[in-house]
Ligand binder design. Sequence first.
Ligand code: DCP
Ligand code: MG
Length: 445
Amino acid sequence: MDGTRLPGAAVEREDRIILHVDMDCFYASCERLREPALEGEPLVVGMGYEAGQTHGAVATASYEAREHGLKSAQAISYALERLPRAVDAGDDHDGPVGYYRPVDLDFYKQVAAEVKAILHEHAEVVREVSIDEAYLDVTDRTSWKAIDGGERTIAEGYGRHIKQQIARQVGVPASVGIAPNMSAAKIASDFDKPDGLTVVPPGEVTAFLEPLAVDELHGVGPVTARELRAMDIETAGELAAADPTALVTRFGQRGRELYARARGDDDREVTPTGRPKSLSRESAFTEATAETEAKQKKITALAADVAARARSREAMYRTIGIKVVTPPFDINTRASSLSGPVDEPELVERVALELLEEFDDTRVRKLGVRVSNLVFGEQDQARLDGFETTDLSDRSVTNDQQEPSTDTNIKSLGHGGRITDWTDDESVESAETRRRGQSSLGEFD
Ligand code: DCP
Ligand code: MG
């Protein structure tokens, strides 16, 4: 990657490589793992099918059972009607029969853990969304570069490799979708189930979505699909070509989202399961520079990126910091803290630039911006009474290197905690940096 390339909300978004994995008829595949004779048979995993039981539901049906109309969430009594139990079917029964097994969640969780371990080996960021489903951001691990005379991308090979690793090491089938954003990747993984691998390179997302029925789009259930049909909108292509105002009139803010999804616009980030302690981003110069403007430009872009990521994760921050790496590898960190958590992209930029002033004449080879002391989504922005009127350009946000401000609304952290914070992360960062090369745009959280 070009070390001079600046990160920013708009930059690189379309180049992301998002991989979505969804295991095929997962509970049934797990049962087959310990009972290989069930391979190729119509298999129902669920509750309530034993003699004398009447209540219960299908958790999942193998693809062979699905051919008989069975699927998750159906009443078990319905399943038994369509596909009587093999053990109960008398000799005179000449229709299809099925195999039934009870749900053994502990076992499925063990299998899922093995699968997830493989996924974590193959991506920096893994978002586990359910027992058998995860998103991976594999942008740093593979490439959209076309190979084989343009027939395939390198990313496709990476997806195939992950599928094979799961099949060989765990023994269960997975379907994989790869696309530049999360919603397209999810649709892609579902596109060719079971054992599917569907790749939608950048630039092909709209064409891929176009022919799909609207209810295949993420977030479109049967009710919305019906309402869209009433508006003469049946396919994602028709939804993408619809009048957005009419959609907003009908569905409110959701209408705008539906419209965006149908057009393949989805800039949600793959956020790791669990909550991060901080969010940060750093970027190196190709060569160390003392140029103020270049440094400011980079800090501004990094600040925008970090603030956008915080917002997309619904994280507010109380501390804003920068990292300045001077040649050869001296790491300097500075941070300022506010009295309450905020979601203020402009403030991140302003504080980061202020903190940078100390390094005005310094040659710098790498810069980073971080927000920390995170608070997630649950409450409104803290009432920072007086905050808006405080003149931030004039010492109201204090540099941690200086005496804490006496301002009651904005105060500084002590040295110790902050420095330790960053030091901890440095060890992660140096390993990362070694692996990716110095010029890469690495995250340092
Ligand atoms: N599950 C359940 N009840 C449901 C839906 C699902 O108990 N109503 C369980 C059983 C599934 C597992 O969750 O095996 C994963 O759900 P999926 O929706 O991914 O379904 P499958 O993996 O079974 O099938 P597919 O191949 O369509 O992904
Ligand atoms: Mg599944």
